[in-house]
Design a protein around this ligand. Structure first.
Ligand SMILES: Cc1cc2nc3c(=O)[nH]c(=O)nc-3n(C[C@H](O)[C@H](O)[C@H](O)COP(=O)(O)OP(=O)(O)OC[C@H]3O[C@@H](n4cnc5c(N)ncnc54)[C@H](O)[C@@H]3O)c2cc1C
Length: 401
């Protein structure tokens, strides 16, 4: 599957950060990580930290899948609001999922500090605003649910939002204290570089093609029929997991994003907050450390990559029009426009755990609008799985839930 259009912003901005060899001879390890996006890089970090000999392979260049197009808003807010998720999966499960994402923001901050990351991790606030009057009552219920659950939230009315952020006609919204943004493309590379110095072996242009299962290990056959013997496999293959796992568990969408020219002066009021609204599909935006505005949204059902990419001009106009209704004084001059495919689940939650058809293996699939925070939560979960320990989130993130 072609996961994205050409020339996403992060690839252009960062260029070639590092290169890795293809796998040329058989190898052995404790853990084989399949997929070198942000998820695989985070999981590799965890496995190396836990002392496992670890190999990571990717069939593309590393970080050339979805993690090269992500807009990287880091939020605890799951796509399904807390009050609705509580009805859907129960209060305890919904709260645990939201709390795990909030903790993931802290974990990611600590991680960025520990590896001296230059990927621009910034703690921010998050404004979840009503797209129209009809959304207000639901949003108020959400505000109450979050406040009751102990999240640091404030209700802002539309005039406060206008005064503070210059955004008009928002009908009010929830301001949360916990959010962030980062350059996930650079961060994934940094994690791989950091951990190769600590024994991680990374091979790109190396595809996992088949796996043979034995009592206590697996043998993975890769490109050119080169084998890797491993005690465990951790699949971090993103949306292409849809091709591997038979039952339907995720629906794919085409999504669009664009980055403005650098304009620090006008974007200053927006620079410490990330924004999203209640529309379906929702509009979201945030600034970058180099002074651009990134906007995303205009999602639709994914059918094929050509169709997705043919709509770039139309979607650019759509996103600009949505922004100009909110902020008529701001003129968005486009520097980059790109498209990607992304996966949604019914409850907005990821799939992290074992699958009965894949012995000695775990999946970490961070779906939904906050795929990255879910992948961070997956680090601790995988660490538990490796020690045969149960994790409290497993029942909520498991296959067949
Ligand atoms: C436009 C867009 C905006 C988004 N915005 C946000 C956001 O604001 N916040 C957020 O949290 N999330 C966001 N997401 C989601 C987020 O980008 C994803 O959750 C995240 O990038 C997934 O990372 P990953 O490493 O799991 O997948 P990927 O980055 O796709 O990496 C998977 C890797 O697996 C490799 N692979 C697959 N099969 C094999 C195989 N058989 N053998 C070897 N390698 C294999 C692929 O080549 C790929 O490199 C967005 C997504 C898109 C598309």
């Amino acid at each position: 599957m072609d996961l994205r259009s050409n020339e996403p912003f992060w690839l252009q901005k960062n260029g070639i950060v590092n290169s890795y060899p293809t796998l040329k001879e058989s190898s052995e390890c404790d853990v084989l990580i399949v997929g070198g996006g942000i998820t695989g890089s985070l999981l590799a970090h965890q496995m190396v930290k836990d002392g496992y000999s670890t190999v990571l392979i990717d069939k593309r260049e590393v970080v050339h899948g979805s993690s090269s197009v992500t807009t990287s808003l880091i939020q605890y807010e799951v796509d399904v609001p807390l009050y609705k998720l509580s009805r859907q999966i129960g209060k305890k499960a919904a709260l645990a999922s939201y709390s795990a994402c909030a903790n993931a923001i802290e974990t990611l901050e600590g991680l960025c500090k520990a590896i001296h990351s230059k990927a621009g991790f910034r703690k921010k606030k998050s404004l979840y605003f009503a797209a129209d009057n009809k959304a207000i009552s639901g949003l108020k219920q959400e505000f109450e649910a979050r406040e009751k659950a102990g999240f640091k939230v404030k209700w802002l009315d539309s005039s406060t939002i206008e005064k503070r952020f210059s955004l008009r006609e928002t009908c009010g919204g929830i301001l949360s204290s916990e959010a962030a943004s980062v350059d996930a493309y650079l961060l994934a590379h940094e994690l791989l570089i950091y951990n190769t110095k600590r024994g991680l072996r990374v091979f790109d242009r190396t595809e996992l093609q088949s796996v043979k299962y034995f009592k206590n290990h697996v043998v993975a056959s890769c490109t050119r029929d080169i084998k890797i013997k491993a005690r465990r496999i951790i699949y971090c293959i993103g949306y292409e997991a849809k091709d591997l796992i038979k039952e339907p568990f995720v629906s794919l969408k085409s999504t669009y994003a664009m980055a403005s020219e650098i304009d620090r002066e006008h974007l200053k009021p927006l620079s410490t907050t990330v924004f999203w609204n209640t529309a379906d599909p929702y509009l979201y935006f945030r600034t970058t450390t180099d002074g651009r505005l990134i906007i995303g949204g205009a999602d639709e059902e994914f059918s094929d990559p050509q169709k997705r990419d043919s709509k770039l001009d139309q979607k650019e106009a759509e996103l600009k029009s949505q922004l100009s209704k909110l902020w008529p004084e701001y003129k968005f001059y486009t520097d980059f426009v790109w498209a990607g495919t992304f996966g949604e689940t019914v409850d907005g939650l990821p799939y992290i755990g074992a699958h009965k058809e894949f012995p000695h293996s775990y999946f970490v699939l961070g779906f939904g609008g906050n795929g990255i925070t879910f992948s961070v939560a997956g680090m601790e979960m995988a660490s538990y799985f490796m020690k045969n320990k149960d994790h409290e989130l497993s029942p909520y993130f498991k296959f067949g839930r």
